[in-house]
Write a protein that binds this ligand. Structure first.
Ligand code: ADP
Ligand code: MG
Ligand code: MG
Length: 252
């Protein structure tokens, strides 16, 4: 059983005009097997939260704490966070020219496990994850994300999650830009990875539709850099009907 604890997190982003405060005190606790959805309007700071957890250098933690099973995450380098069991699927996955999907995934797996996977079981696992996410096996020889469609990039993120078996996964708008079929495939992949590894999940999303496939235990409304309200799955239905306007007005 793992616990990710975010306490009173304040974050500024470094811009050309100086540091700009974005997160204003985020509190969130995620345990193994739990699915938390963060929903909020554009520009509310959802990706800033994801990048801060990942250790992106542009985002400066001005106060607060993040721990994974009591270990200080904010003290860890990016690769240490991955080894500790944190996984981030970014809103805009980057291309990695000259690095094949196969090499990329194997290198990541080796770094996280501390030893290279046995080639035979690895190929089986890799092909299994690819087929589960309905990705053509030919993709393993292509360069990471180069020329991938939006949906293919998102599927590749979930292939990574499936193979790396993180303790905690943060998925930043993995559902954005997916058609209904791709959304179902990605959701099934997420659910499968969750079931097999008891991963704690933080699902950042703009829309309620992914929550029909990946059932949240908790829903957090994120407005103006903090959590404005928390509830169960019924809160997502309320948001679908009423939108964020009332929360935005209250935060203004
Ligand atoms: P969301 O993911 O909820 O749409 P973001 O975290 O991407 O929100 O952005 C929150 C705010 O921080 C926005 O006003 C955005 O313009 C600003 N911001 C985020 N990252 C940067 C950056 N690297 N440079 C300048 N401003 C940024
Ligand atoms: Mg956005
Ligand atoms: Mg975002």
């Amino acid at each position: 059983m793992s616990t990710l604890e975010i306490r009173d997190l304040h974050v500024s982003v470094n811009t050309d005009e100086g540091a700009k405060p974005i997160l204003h005190g985020v509190d969130l606790t995620i345990k193994s097997g739990e699915t938390h959805a963060i929903m909020g309007p554009n520009g509310s700071g959802k990706s800033t939260l994801a990048y801060s957890l990942a250790g992106h250098p542009k985002y400066e933690i001005t106060s607060g704490s993040v721990t994974l099973d009591g270990e200080d995450v904010l003290e860890m380098e990016v690769d240490e966070r991955a080894r500790a069991g944190l996984f981030l699927a970014m809103q805009y996955p980057v291309e990695v020219p000259g690095v094949s999907v196969s090499n990329f995934l194997r290198t990541a797996k080796t770094a996280i496990d501390g030893e290279a996977p046995k080639i035979r079981t690895w190929m089986k696992e890799l092909n299994g994850a690819m087929s589960e996410l309905k990705m053509d096996p030919a993709f393993i020889n292509r360069n990471v994300n180069e020329g991938f469609s939006g949906g293919e990039k998102k599927r590749h993120e979930i292939v990574q999650m499936e193979l790396l078996k993180p303790k905690m996964a943060i998925l930043d708008e993995t559902d954005s830009g997916l058609d209904v079929d791709a959304l179902r495939v990605v959701s099934e992949g997420v659910n499968h990875a969750k079931e097999t590894t008891d991963t704690g999940l933080l699902l950042i999303t703009h829309y309620t539709r992914i929550l029909r496939y990946v059932k949240p235990d908790f829903v957090h409304v994120f407005v103006a850099g903090k959590i404005a309200e928390e509830g169960g799955p019924e809160l997502a239905d309320k948001l679908e009907e009423e939108g964020y306007a009332a929360y935005e007005a209250a935060a203004a």
